[in-house]
Design a protein around this ligand. Structure first.
Ligand SMILES: [Zn+2]
Length: 175
């Protein structure tokens, strides 16, 4: 596929090709600061990260001891945002991931729970290790298609969960 000349009526191809949101975390502190203060004490950073760290779409990892899953993501125009999840609730029923919409047999999809405030916690049924990106990439590879449209929907759903269910301002205001 060649490069089309940019024209006033259609976006330049580069806009489509680089649809991913990429953000940079300079230090472990910057990574930790993407979480809400109440979540920070729960966060255990992976030991194998090298800083500065460039993240495409999102970074997810599980606590080595189990029981917790973390995600750091950014939506277009937003700042890096972290969520700490409790993964102990589990789920025995086969389910579809509400974020990437893939179904997993067995224990692939489970209930992840995050704190809204002192009185309320909010759960979401998703791939229990947040491997949504890998699943979408596999699907796209099998279909010979670009993963970007599905990734954009995935990141929009993650952002909506953070802003609607957890009332996190994705612009970074009030942190
Ligand atoms: Zn998923």
């Amino acid at each position: 596929m060649g490069w089309a000349r940019p024209s006033p009526v259609s976006p330049a191809p580069a806009v489509w090709e680089t649809g991913a949101t990429v953000f940079k975390l300079d230090t472990p502190t910057a990574l930790l600061d993407s979480f809400r203060p109440k979540d920070r004490r729960l966060v255990d950073l992976p030991s194998d990260l090298k800083f500065p760290l460039a993240v495409k779409d999102y970074l997810a990892w599980t606590h080595p001891g189990g029981g917790r899953v973390f995600i750091v993501f950014a939506t277009p125009g937003g700042v890096p945002t972290g969520i700490a999840f409790d993964s102990n609730a589990g789920s025995a029923a086969p389910a579809m991931c509400s974020w990437c919409h893939t179904s997993s047999v067995g224990t692939g999809v489970g209930l992840l729970v995050a704190t809204l405030n002192n009185n309320k916690r909010v759960g979401v049924m998703v791939c229990s290790d947040l491997s949504c990106r890998e699943k979408l990439e596999e699907q796209a590879n099998r279909a010979g298609a670009s993963v970007r449209p599905a990734m954009e929907k995935l990141m929009a759903r993650v952002g909506l969960f953070a802003s609607d269910a957890l009332k996190i301002d994705l612009s970074g205001a009030g942190r």
